[in-house]
Write a protein that binds this ligand. Structure first.
Ligand SMILES: Nc1nc2c(ncn2[C@@H]2O[C@H](COP(=O)(O)OP(=O)(O)OP(=O)(O)O)[C@@H](O)[C@H]2O)c(=O)[nH]1
Ligand SMILES: [Mg+2]
Length: 323
């Protein structure tokens, strides 16, 4: 029997993969705990991290991937895998020699899930999609893409053989922060159905304000709750991603340093990226603080303020009403 007294609805998410795959780095990035240091230690055993999105609690179990730990998890399966809501499996794309090992570990985990008769959502992050690897992947004359497709197919088949399916695959890199933010946005959304309606409402409100290139709804911890990029292609998607990433980091930095003031309805923070500006302001709704980041195609402050006010007002009504 589940113990309803103790965090009965705290969702458990396992992050697994071989040692050095980049698991801890991804979590640090998503939680804005990235420290600028070159030496990062391998995780010893399981590291737990809490997260809360719109009142839903999550606990992330970062399963250190060194061989000796993997053996422990697999041999004491129920201790580590029971009550898991999702498994994020991280594969280092740059470690081609260990593609087979990574797949083998994934299969072992599938076997465990089957044995425990649980079917958590499976996500595969094909990670370290950057630098020389990415260049190679994008060059049709070279074998990386073919190898990638084969690997992906093997993961699909492995899941199918275990009567499960991979919910989604992502190409991620800590050098492309958005890739990690966006993947986690999808994961949170799959647990919190309200995020879908928030997302569609944000899209609708944003579309109703002319000239908005991008709008993001963030929570207190800079988690993405909604995102909308203009469809008209006046500005390249890469550029919008850069702006979005910069605003998320600006909010995280602002919250970290405090800067002595509450970022609220009367003050906005502006972050400039390559000649374009994103304005961030806060609003409260249903007892929570939210942050809205908006970029427009003109630098007109008045119109910008009116746009952000309009979107924030609509979002606050919407968010409060749904509580
Ligand atoms: N090129 C590149 N390197 C990365 C990326 N993510 C992490 N790394 C590097 O990969 C190494 C391992 O990262 P970790 O996050 O410690 O890996 P881990 O999966 O937690 O490893 P264990 O704790 O041993 O299981 C570090 O040197 C990171 O800086 C990425 O996206 N691209
Ligand atoms: Mg680690």
């Amino acid at each position: 029997m589940p113990d309803f007294a103790t965090n009965a609805d705290k969702k458990k998410i396992l992050i697994a993969g071989l040692d050095n795959a980049g698991k801890t780095s991804i979590i640090d990035l998503v939680q804005h705990k990235m420290v600028q240091t070159l030496s990062m230690n391998p995780t010893k055993g399981v590291a737990r991290r809490e997260a809360e999105i719109l009142g839903q609690s999550f606990v992330l179990h970062d399963l250190g991937g060194q061989e000796q730990y993997r053996q422990v998890y697999l041999s004491q399966a129920s201790k580590y895998f029971l009550e898991t809501g999702a498994v994020v499996f991280v594969v280092d794309l740059q470690d081609k020699e260990r593609y087979g090992d990574a797949l083998g570990y994934f299969e072992a985990i599938l076997g465990i899930l089957k044995g425990l008769r649980i079917a958590p959502r499976l996500y595969v992050f094909f990670h370290k999609f950057d630098h020389a690897y990415k260049t190679e992947y994008n060059d049709p004359a070279r074998p990386a893409r073919e190898a990638y497709n084969q690997l992906r197919d093997k993961f699909i088949s492995a899941a199918r053989a275990g009567s499960l399916s991979v919910y989604d695959f992502y190409k991620t890199s800590i050098f492309d922060e958005w890739s990690c933010y966006a993947a986690f946005f999808e994961i949170w959304s799959s647990f919190i159905t309200r995020l879908d309606s928030i997302q569609s409402y944000l899209e609708r409100v944003t579309e109703s304000v002319p000239g908005v290139l991008l709008s993001l709804l963030l929570d207190e911890n800079s988690n993405v709750l909604g995102k909308h990029f203009a469809q008209d292609m006046k500005v390249a998607v890469d550029k919008l991603i850069e702006l979005a990433t910069a605003s998320i980091k600006a909010l995280a930095e602002f919250k970290r340093t405090g800067m002595g003031a509450k970022l609220g309805e009367t003050n906005t923070v502006t972050t400039n990226v390559g000649g374009r500006a994103v304005h961030i302001r806060g609003f409260d709704a249903g007892g929570r603080s939210f942050y809205l980041a908006v970029a427009r195609d003109t630098a007109d402050d008045e119109a910008m303020r009116a746009a952000i006010d309009h979107i924030a007002y609509s979002m606050s009504i919407f968010s409060a009403a749904k509580e």
